[in-house]
Design a protein around this ligand. Sequence first.
Ligand SMILES: *[C@@H]1O[C@H](CO)[C@@H](O)[C@H](O)[C@H]1NC(C)=O
Ligand SMILES: *[C@@H]1O[C@H](CO)[C@@H](O)[C@H](O)[C@H]1NC(C)=O
Length: 238
Amino acid sequence: MIAGYLFFSLLLAIASATSVSDLVGTWTTKSRKVVTGPGFYDPIHDKFLEPNLTGISYSFTLDGYYEEAYYRAIANPQDPSCPKGVMQWQHGTFRVNKDGSMDLTPIAVDGRQLLSDPCESPKGAYTRYNQTEHLKSFRVSVDPYHGVQRLDLNSFDGSPMHPMYLVYRPPQMLPTDTLNPIGTGKPKAKGKRRVKRDTESAFSMKNLVNRETIGDPDRWLWVGVFMTAIGGMTLFRS
Ligand SMILES: *[C@@H]1O[C@H](CO)[C@@H](O)[C@H](O)[C@H]1NC(C)=O
Ligand SMILES: *[C@@H]1O[C@H](CO)[C@@H](O)[C@H](O)[C@H]1NC(C)=O
């Protein structure tokens, strides 16, 4: 009897635990406009492609590779009509630990960040970006409202990130090996020059929604719809 109960509990635990294979795919937040792969970062020209709405996206493969894309507005309390924008892209390998946490280790030379402050300068600051991540836990489930696969990630401190929804399985990703092997020896100067040139041609993040608090994605969706409706009218000085 007790053995049967234990066995049943074990089965239940196995059924409810999220395994690596559940993670496989491309996940994105509700706006669905930010998706990993060649539509977000163009490694050949070493530049970002600006999505139409803010959001984040993660992709995972069964053999331990990940890619992530972030496009977010950063609220500016001094002048709420002047938010900054940031785009970040990284890829590398991930590992699920015994305690259910996850570590993401990027390929340091490949990551990119574009930080834009349109009210200060029409040019963004384009740099390398290398940020390891520790996620305290993760869970894949079927979203009861949308009826689609949903990924919940919890940050290093356990705080929940925006839920993401499955958009591609197998995942949509750039090649998982090093894209930009310019981090060593002599070619480094060349790489730096290239990054600098791109800084000068950086776009103004025209699609940034007006005010972001890392808040309700629904609200951002509607702000986006509104922005589309008023078409062409720009809320940003460039
Ligand atoms: C943004 O929206 C416009 C109009 O719907 C579309 O033509 C364009 O391809 C979109 N851009 C991206 C990066 O999805
Ligand atoms: C990338 O970040 C890791 C972890 O913080 C660090 O150990 C490593 O030296 C960094 N690599 C580069 C090239 O900056």
